[in-house]
Design a binder for this molecule. Sequence first.
Ligand SMILES: [Zn+2]
Length: 307
Amino acid sequence: MNDLRTEARDVRVRAISADGRVRAVAAITSHLAEEARRRQNSAPTATAALGRTLTASVLLAASLKGDQKVTLRILGDGPMGTILADGNADGDVRGYVQNPFVDLPLNDRRKLDVAGAVGRGTIHVLRDVGLRHPYESSAPLVSGEIAEDLTYYFAHSEQVPSVVSLGVLIDRDESVLAAGGFVLQVMPGAPDDVIRTLEAQAGAMPPVTALIQRGATARDVLSTAFGALSWRALEERPIRYACACSLDRVTQVLVSLGCEELRSLYEEQGRAEVTCRFCAERYELDAGALRELMHRVCRDGAPTVVN
Ligand SMILES: [Zn+2]
């Protein structure tokens, strides 16, 4: 068996059909889904949900340029709470699930019950393309399985007929054995039968994680998904789990609390400890550092709001 966890070879490939009617992205995300699981210490159902959402954000980020970012949020009313993942053009991705310890019994099909853990709600896609306001749109969750929800989102919020497949295969020791996915999108003006053909091909494919577990690359996944349609790759890029948090950013968050909040934090706890939700990195300001920060903020004054 090909153990992908020892190789940091997660990758994203962007492609287009030879006739220009279908664009596609495929990603192998085994390593980063396992990195997320390890950092969040998540149970299998939550690992599957987070891995699928991370993979979806990798696919969405493939169309970005420069400093642009995309954030995908799954807001369900199930026990798992919010799932959030963001990605950028460089291939960095990170995410978290609000309640990573949720683990439900297998569903009727003997699969991890992601839909049951997500519940009903909405899917939100926020694209920060460097304008003053990011562009956000949303759609209702149609199944809670995430791939179907993203397909519905593309069709109804962006009017782009799409086929989306996302998968996370979990080992007996609860680590991620294989993860990845792909999206195929039909360009405007293409005849209706193009999407039907792609849907039928995707329906006849083995699960994407079965391909990846057997050693398929992102290009192999694209070949299977495109079927008889000829295509070419436009870009191949390594992807990784990466978080932009730092002690500086944590300190900025503490400064934004203002003088009074910082004073009570200092008096009640004597120190400040902040854990990043995305990467579980812990930052600590000891008594001296917190006192110094409090004095600075209280002296310089955070801007006073007068109503
Ligand atoms: Zn972080």
